[in-house]
Ligand binder design. Sequence first.
Ligand code: SAM
Length: 285
Amino acid sequence: MLKDIVDVLADPIDRSPLRGADDYSRLVSETGHSYDVARQGYVTLASGAGLNHEGDSADMVTARELFLSQGHFAPFVETVTERVADAVEKSHAEEPVVLEVGAGTGYYLAHTLDSIEGSRGVGIDISTPAAKHLAKAHGRLGAVVADVWEGLPLRDASVDALTVIFAPRNPAEFARVLTDEGEAVILVADSGHLDELREPLGILGVEGGKLERLLEQTRGHLEQIGEPELLEFPIRLDRDSIAAQVGMSPSARHVDPAELRESIAALPDHMEVTAKARLLRFRKA
Ligand SMILES: C[S@@+](CC[C@H](N)C(=O)[O-])C[C@H]1O[C@@H](n2cnc3c(N)ncnc32)[C@H](O)[C@@H]1O
C-alpha cells in the first residue's frame, strides 16, 4: 500500500517529500502539489506535462498475468529474487525498499517481497492497466504510475535494491535513488530468447547488441558488479500459452490478430521453446 512507501516518494515536479492527506485519498508535497490516489490504490506521479509514453495496454497486461501465472519464467523470478535478497542483506536495512521499474503486473516484485522479511516495494509503471494489477499484487507494495524517462518520483538515496526486468532503464536516475550500498539487478532478453516462435509466427526477435547498449547507457552512472549471468532454460508451451506470450510482447502491436490466430492454430499441440536472458548487477559509480 502507498502508506508503506510514502516516505520514499517525492514530488515529480520538484522532488520535495510527499505525505498522505485526507485518509490517503491524495498525496501532497511540501510545496503544495497534490496527486489523487485512484480508487484502485495507485497514484500517478507525473509533472505538469503528463505522461508522454504509452505503456502496455489492458490486453497486454491480461496476457502477461495469464502467462506468468503458469510459472514458465520461474527460473527468472527465482534468480532475480536471490540476487535482490543478497543485495538487501548487505544493506542491513530493517525495512529495505525494493523498487521495480516497469513492474507490469507485479509478478516479480511480489515474489521478491514475499522472500525478504520486512521489505517494502515500490512498483513503477507507465501503464495504468498495469498499475491496477500492481496495486493488488502484494500488501507491502505501493503502485505508482510514472515515466522512467521523465525521472523517478523518489527521494535521493532511498532505495536499497532496484530491479528492471525486460523494461526501460534510466541509469542516471537509478544512481540518484540508490543508497550507497544499494544495487540494481537488471534482466535483459538475450538473442535467441523464444526464437523457436519467431519464424512460424512472424514475430519480432530480440535485437542484437542489447547488452552493449545497456553498458554504454550506464557509463558514468553505474558500475557493474561481476560478470553478466546467463539464464537459459527450456519451457514447454501449449497454444494458449503461446498466444499469451505473443499477446504480452511488443509483437502484439505488430502482428495482425487474425493472421496470428491462424499461425498459432497451425502449430503443434506443444512446443519446446528456449527462454534466454542475461542478469546484470550494478552499484552507483
Ligand atoms: C516487457 S514489460 C515487463 C513487465 C514486467 N517487468 C515483467 O517482466 O513482467 C515492460 C513494462 O514496462 C512498462 N513501461 C514501458 N515504458 C515505460 C516507461 N517509459 N516508464 C515506465 N514503465 C514503462 C510497460 O508498461 C510494461 O509494463
